[in-house]
Design a protein. Structure first.
Length: 355
């Protein structure tokens, strides 16, 4: 059974409407011509995306018996503000030029400074403005969550999950930086980054948020579903992101080909490459990985080594195995057919995507 397309479309429509309403209210605070570029950047960052995190939250709500209270769409939409905050900071830390085919936030503000002919360093201005934009989006995500309109007891029950999710996201970003600084990674450390940086806050925590909001804690099966389905889909989601960071089509990902290689990302893909490649090829990986000037030939060389080492095939197999285990856990859960179908569709969409 496939979840009705109308339900999925309604979710996206309601999330978009909630975000627009929230940003419209912020114009009272973020008003005037000087602050207009800040609000415009926030609006642009929130204009795209797959809305996966709100979707996992909403269908967690429905799976745990949640009703048709429209306030749940606002609560779920607040996760898009958290995601936007993470993307702004992530692009700055990675020195990325593009996001979804458009200039990353720090590049956008750098260009604003340069075109206006302002004093000082345009690059420094861009970096500072991006930090502030990311912080603002993070603050707004908490505000939107607190003021979503759901009952106070539901929000209180879910608040620890919300707190853990944000903490895990920041810790995951730090672990990602740490892996790059160490210059080495093991399967265990790469998996830990995948789980903390994206796996939990992209899937498991949003799912648990929705379930906790609906059930105010819930029976034991909700914990099992969040751990078995949520964790599995979350790790597979990040592994797919790692594959796309090396082999993705720029016309679909909106980022230059091989960006993760220039940034020196120590992903599971790289860990398996170094473990499986001959010493001579491993030395080439060590030499080229993290070179910000890596050209198309260098990207092609690294891609070839990754494939020849068996790392790409191994990661694809990991994704398939995590997805299969997650879907099996979903089949065992005592939820409605509609929720089961929606969560199955979301799991497949999250782990087979091309963007």
């Amino acid at each position: 059974m496939t979840a009705p397309a109308t339900a999925m479309q309604q979710l996206r429509t309601e999330v978009d409407r909630s975000l627009k309403s929230f940003l419209d209210r912020q114009q009272v605070v973020v008003g005037g011509p000087d602050l207009a570029p800040l609000l415009a950047a926030a609006e642009d960052f929130l204009g795209g995306g797959k809305r996966l995190r709100p979707a996992f939250c909403y269908w967690g709500w429905k799976a745990a018996g949640g009703d048709d209270d429209p306030a749940v769409f606002t609560a779920a939409a607040s996760l898009e503000l958290l995601q936007a905050s993470a993307l702004v900071h992530d692009d700055l830390m990675d020195n990325s030029d593009l996001r979804r085919g458009k200039p990353a936030a720090h590049r956008r503000f750098e260009t604003l400074h340069a075109q206006a002919g302002w004093a000082g360093s345009a690059e420094q201005f861009g970096e500072g403005a991006a930090v502030l934009l990311g912080n603002l989006l993070l603050l707004w995500s908490g505000e939107m969550w607190r003021t979503c309109g759901l009952p106070a007891d539901a929000l209180a029950a879910a608040q620890p999950v919300h707190d853990h999710m944000r903490t895990e996201l920041m810790c995951g970003q730090y672990l990602d930086l740490l892996e790059q600084a160490h210059g080495e990674s093991t399967f265990d450390s790469a998996l830990r980054v995948a789980l903390y940086k994206s796996g939990r806050y992209s899937v498991e925590r949003p799912l648990r948020l929705g379930m906790t909001l609906a059930a105010r804690g819930g029976p034991a099966w909700t914990d099992r579903l969040c751990e078995e389905y949520g964790r599995g889909v979350g790790i597979a989601f990040q592994l797919r992101d790692d594959v796309l960071g090396v082999f993705g089509d720029p016309s679909q990902t909106g980022k230059p080909a091989g960006d993760d290689l220039r940034e020196g990302k120590r992903t599971m893909l790289i860990a398996r490459t170094l473990a499986g490649a001959p010493a001579e090829q491993a030395a080439i990986v060590h030499r080229l990985l993290g070179d910000p000037e890596l050209d198309a030939d260098g990207v092609a060389t690294l891609r070839a080594i990754i494939e020849e080492s068996g790392a790409l095939a191994a990661c694809e197999e990991m994704i398939r195995r995590y997805l299969d285990d997650a879907l099996a856990a979903l089949d065992r859960a005592p939820i409605t057919d509609e929720s089961r179908a929606a969560l199955a569709d979301l799991a497949i969409a999250a782990t087979t995507r091309r963007t």
